[in-house]
Design a protein around this ligand. Sequence first.
Ligand SMILES: *Cc1c(COP(=O)(O)O)cnc(C)c1O
Length: 420
Amino acid sequence: MPMSQEFKKRLLPGLENMVAHFGTPFHIYDETGILDTGHALKTAFSPMNKFMEYFAVKALPNPRVMKIMMEMGFGFDCSSIAELALSRQVGASGENIMFTSNNTTDEDFAAALSNGGSIVNLDDISLIPKLPEIPDLICFRYNPGPRRSGNAIIGNPAEAKFGVSHDQIADAYRQARERGATRFGLHTMLASNGLNHAYIVETARMLLSLAKWLSEELGIRFEFINIGGGMGIPYRPEDAPLNLPEMSREIIGLFDDFRSAQGYAPKLYMESGRYMTGPHGVLVTKAINHKNIYRKYIGVDACMSALMRPGMYGAYHHIEVAGKNPTEFPTETVDVVGSLCENNDKFAVQRTLPKIDEGDLLIIQDTGAHGHAMGFNYNAKLRPKELLLRRDGAVELIRREETMADYFATLCFEKNILTR
Ligand SMILES: *Cc1c(COP(=O)(O)O)cnc(C)c1O
């Protein structure tokens, strides 16, 4: 069930026209689907009255989509200066932005603290003295190490470069308080693409019990707990979706327990990327070549510069062929490939699909997060355009495709030679 039936109904009838008007390949995002998911998330946590989603900008750093997040009252999770700039450009500022960097530079800190500031989420205890000034509100990213397991995408916490270790976390808050911080938040980000709600509930439980311990140890209160992103989506037809209602019910229960014991409860923050936009984007690409050697190959007009996940993680992305229902059409087993000189430039490996003719449109699904954004220019391959299927039915170009001029832009520099 990767792509929703509703998205399909909105996309397919106009697809030929979109292709005729804009040309392939393109990613197209479904505004209605994004809004529906955002409202479902807000509704799930509405009994808390203190919930905030900070959309993880890296998942889909397009201002037009970020505006949709703003409209829903969401903030932004950033980890680079450009992501901060994007967030501010769409109107977010101050505590509507979390800055979760790692291996942070002085320039990063300066950008995070200027132009209305942001919530600075420190990745290490050694960064406290490197902050040019300490903001009132400070947050640390906690790494539980061997206390928790992670997963393949993000790695095992004990081997992950992120966050403050368990042994240093109390000292981190102590030092921040000594420098002048008066308000505190606590963050973690452990697993990625998790479909098991119990794991995420466990993360909330872990942070709440850590907050309780730190409060007692240091006599501080926590304004918020940020359980990170990492909520998964069903990429494979057989995957069951994350049980959001059950997850929120259990997390709300944990916060109620905390309130009974401590006399207050922090706010709950979350920074989902994939969950918000992943299922609401597809990559539309045209079959342009057939090849029959030891395997059958279908060559398409997009390549991994448009979607790295299969090549990078061996990730599955469901593919449908427009107008060819696999239950009614003869099928064959193929590899769907791009044109990069890398054998991992494959959107699908040994996939059974309806027999594809040149000119057929392939709909590569769940590309709404970590799709276009992750693309790069290896082999001088250019990234495709992005479109938005708006809720009024119109289709809007929200990023043009890269051109040769973009690729050459960094080469046209002034002479800069160090003679020796
Ligand atoms: C990537 C990232 C996210 C978003 O992850 P998703 O899997 O897209 O939800 C959230 N927080 C941090 C710190 C991240 O690095």
